[in-house]
Design a protein around this ligand. Structure first.
Ligand code: NA7
Length: 539
């Protein structure tokens, strides 16, 4: 292999992002299809979301034995996870191992932010511009930018005058933050805040958690993996893959095929207790109708609220934490390590900012309508401009100079989450309209990357050089995305980032495809088998 292929500025394919998606996409296009391909990556190393999310307690909610690639037996043999859920550093080590093993880094331009990508119809090429003024062209442009990579820092008046330090969890300093002796304010109680608060509370002088929406959480029950489990994983890889490929959320466990009301209340309680003891996202898989039937969901919701009231000693704090306004799992369900217990510590306070909204950040802290909270550090665990944010912050323009921002002014519209009409040869890995964030991500990513690779191979085998989603197929797909969400309780969580509700001014559209990963895979396979039905192929 050559040392580097980087100087080339006209390529078969450009990939944006060096996380799980981009790395595998580069391997597929370069090493399987023999294309000239490069990755442009703003960070100075591989890792994608895990490059940035290094906040205290940052850990994946998918179980490690399923949070990895499955395409290579060698990679499996050479890698062993150490804990039930991998932490951010271990995931970075894994992706670094993959990148080195597949010799990918020689085709990655690190420290390179894409600012614009314009389609030149006459040349049938994407013209890509970077922040440092580089111009590259490519026939295919593949965004592998992740769904949760654009930090959402709320525009609270006065932030710029804060005398202490503030951090967003998704842009965490590499050398960490020392909380010892500090008064810390944390805004946000989503999956991130729920992971971070217990760890911050251990070292901070005082932690004030500002909660806008109370949240359910189930214990993760993280632990080191036993040698027996690691052996079991090694011997059962095919069976694990079979499960992740056949379940809606692509996790390594199946959803029980029973309804909440098939069992007696006592049996149900015992099932919930067992799932609580086992821990993790499997709680959601205890009954098939938890996300379909509000009455069924209420039983899980009440069980989980009961647990909060049991754990949290101060009745007022317990009431605030259990005052949850949405069905269980209608927002992304967090899992935790000692989250609710953290509120029993003397150095932790909960503030209900729905009742007493934050009005300003002052030089010395956070001021709500009724109270001033003196702080040395503010942690924004306030999430992301999810799914569309990373795409729209680039100036992407398709045919006739139409911008993606204009094409998506009323919310994202595409076909299969993979292609946008009017944007030929642009593929969006785990784009809105695909199952993505509703799944264990590596499974969704592998499926998209392989589909895109097969599609490009199909074009090249036939001497074709262009593919574009049709308007009519897009319209039909958007109807299916909407119907899939409407068949579930997911849209009932009004404040969910799945709906774009966390970002002021963002169109309220349920973005991911909620019909399940297994069904989605079948649909994509059928489209390909039917000569890429719904796409226009040409030269
Ligand atoms: P989330 O799930 O979007 O959570 C963000 C939290 O921050 C949530 O509690 C928000 O309350 C809160 N928030 C956001 N803006 C504000 C303002 N302005 N004031 C007060 N509170 C605010 O992000 P995460 O990082 O926790 O998780 C994202 C995903 O990463 C997660 O689902 C996993 O897939 C991994 P709200 O609920 O909007 O009222």
């Amino acid at each position: 292999m050559t040392d580097t292929t980087l100087p080339t500025d006209d390529l078969d394919a450009l990939i944006i992002g060096a996380g799980f998606s981009g790395l595998y996409q580069l391997h597929c296009l370069r090493d399987r299809l023999g294309l000239s391909a490069q990755i442009l990556e703003v960070a100075d190393d591989v890792g994608g979301t895990w490059y940035w999310n290094r906040y205290p307690g940052a850990r994946c909610d998918s179980e490690s034995h399923s949070y990895c690639y499955t395409f290579s037996e060698e990679l499996h043999r050479e890698w062993q996870w150490s804990e039930r859920y991998p932490d951010h550093a271990e995931i970075r080590r894994y992706l670094d191992h993959v990148a080195n093993r597949l010799d990918l880094k020689r085709d990655i331009r690190f420290g390179t932010r894409v600012t614009a990508a314009h389609f030149d119809a006459a040349a049938n090429r994407w013209r890509v511009t970077t922040a440092d003024g580089m111009q590259l062209t490519a026939q295919f442009l593949i965004t592998a930018v992740g769904c949760l990579s654009t930090a959402n820092v709320p525009d609270i008046p006065g932030r710029e005058h804060f005398d202490g330090r503030w951090f967003h969890t998704g842009q965490w300093p590499h050398d960490g933050v020392d909380f010892a002796g500090r008064r810390v304010g944390q805004i946000g109680t989503g999956s991130t805040g729920i992971q971070a608060a217990p760890v911050i509370a251990e070292s901070a002088a005082h932690l004030t958690v500002f909660q806008r929406t109370a949240n359910y959480s189930v214990p993760a029950r993280n632990a080191p993996l036993t040698a027996e489990f690691q052996d079991w994983v090694r011997e059962n890889r095919a069976a694990i893959r079979e499960v992740t490929h056949s379940t809606p959320n692509a996790h390594p466990f199946r959803i029980e095929n029973r309804s909440v009301f098939d069992v007696t209340p006592e049996q149900r309680q015992a099932i919930y207790e067992a799932a609580w003891a086992k821990g993790g996202l499997q709680f959601r898989a205890t009954f098939r109708d938890l996300l379909l039937d509000k009455t069924a969901n209420d039983t899980a919701a009440e069980f989980l609220r009961g647990k909060i009231r049991e754990i949290v000693k101060d009745p007022d704090t317990a009431r605030l934490l259990a005052d949850i306004d949405h069905p269980y799992a209608a927002k992304r369900p967090p899992i935790d390590t000692n989250y609710f217990d953290t509120f029993n510590r003397d150095n932790v306070t909960l503030v209900d900012v729905r009742a007493d909204p934050i009005e300003a950040i002052t030089p010395t802290g956070i001021r709500t309508r009724s109270t001033e909270y003196p702080l040395d550090v503010i942690v924004f665990a306030t999430g992301f401009d999810a799914m569309t944010g990373p795409l729209l912050r680039m100036d992407i323009r398709g045919r006739d100079g139409v911008s993606l921002a204009d094409a998506w002014h009323a919310g994202p519209r595409n076909y299969l989450g993979l292609q946008v009409a009017g944007f030929p040869n642009l593929f969006t890995v785990t784009g809105p309209g695909s199952p993505s964030v509703l799944c264990n991500m590596p499974v969704a990513i592998e499926q998209h990357v392989e589909w895109i690779t097969d599609c490009i191979a199909h074009l090249r085998d036939r001497g074709l050089d262009r593919i574009e989603a049709s308007e009519s197929a897009t319209n039909e797909w958007m109807t299916k995305v909407e119907a899939a969400a409407a068949a579930t309780l997911l849209p009932q969580a009004r404040h969910s980032w799945y709906l774009g509700a966390n970002v002021p001014g963002k169109p309220r559209v349920f973005m991911p495809y909620a019909g399940g990963m297994a069904r989605y895979r079948r649909i994509c396979d059928e489209v390909a088998a039917n000569g890429y039905a719904g796409f226009t192929l040409g030269r």
